[in-house]
Design a protein around this ligand. Sequence first.
Ligand SMILES: NC(=O)c1ccc[n+]([C@@H]2O[C@H](COP(=O)([O-])OP(=O)(O)OC[C@H]3O[C@@H](n4cnc5c(N)ncnc54)[C@H](OP(=O)(O)O)[C@@H]3O)[C@@H](O)[C@H]2O)c1
Length: 231
Amino acid sequence: MPGEEHASPSLRAARVSSRRSALGSASLAARPSASQSTSPTSEAAAEAVKRADRELGSLDMVIANAGRSDTRLATRLTWQDVGPVIDLNVRGAMATLVAAIPVFVAQQRGHLVGVSSLAGIRGLPTSAAYSASKAALSTFLESLRIDLARAFIRVTDVQPGFVATPINEHAKHPTPFMVPVDTAARHIVRRLERAPAVLAFPWPLVLATRFARLLPAWLYDRAVGSQSGHV
Ligand SMILES: NC(=O)c1ccc[n+]([C@@H]2O[C@H](COP(=O)([O-])OP(=O)(O)OC[C@H]3O[C@@H](n4cnc5c(N)ncnc54)[C@H](OP(=O)(O)O)[C@@H]3O)[C@@H](O)[C@H]2O)c1
């Protein structure tokens, strides 16, 4: 966008581009400019949602998908590593979802979707900020789901395992049951039609994480502790 670098951060964050979506219908994608490395502001998220509503006529679904990871042994962790992950994965995602609530309440329908991760089920080694950010988003979505049911607003927490996207390009940790990106996208789109509360995949990793959730801390630590050695 010409002159974008001179725009205010909130305007830059609210930059909205129109495109056809994987869902096969009109969609809008809002994204901060490259120079804004952290989260959209709440004003920018609200502006982006309003603009999408205006341009599309109404909104069926808002997906908070943006996210980043940070893989680092906690002995080397600094706030410079943690802050951007929380800003985007927690503040950015929540700002996007919250911005859509008034639009959906007014319509008396809508579908809020957040992309968290199976990494949020328990704290993964070398992923303290990422695991915590996704756990926060999942818990947020769960509360929204309960509160918004009576307003006819559906809420889905998408919890992928490992998907072959750039986020995993330089992964130094194991990535078991990695799913090709097209397969994952098709799976998500198909299952979103039914608006499940939780959309977790692939099933072997879902089973593993469900089981891991039941383990006492000492046993969980032993089971996954060796993975810290990879980073
Ligand atoms: N891949 C996996 O294994 C995996 C597993 C579990 C959960 N997830 C989650 O899935 C979501 C999508 O990730 P991905 O795998 O598709 O990774 P990706 O290929 O790295 O994509 C990251 C996405 O976040 C957007 N983004 C990055 N920084 C942003 C910012 N400051 N403001 C707005 N948008 C920003 C990117 O937009 P641009 O395309 O415009 O750069 C891109 O759409 C993330 O929330 C991730 O945590 C991924």
